[in-house]
Write a protein of this length. Sequence first.
Length: 110
Amino acid sequence: MSHKYEFNVTMSCGGCSGAVDRVLKKLDGTSHPFFCTIPQGSSAANKPPLGSTGIESYDVSLDTQLATVVTKPDSDLGYDTVLQKIAKTGKKVNWGKADGEERSVEVPAA
């Protein structure tokens, strides 16, 4: 079963949203031969290539201050793992949801 995780993250510029985008990209193991700075006010929708693991899709929006992750149906990628990766950017996570239900944004001990 796939899961949808949403995080409200304080992001003030394209560099902030780019940092969140990069950790989600690394979490899925995808890499791209180029780096694109996300302009302020834009949304970067990303679809990892077929064959990558864990994440079916993700979106980081500076406008809405949201990072959304949809897992693949056979993935065991958990909410806490995604939360930890986003928290490592140093950006404040204000709230989080897993499959539409509010969840804690306390970063679990590693």
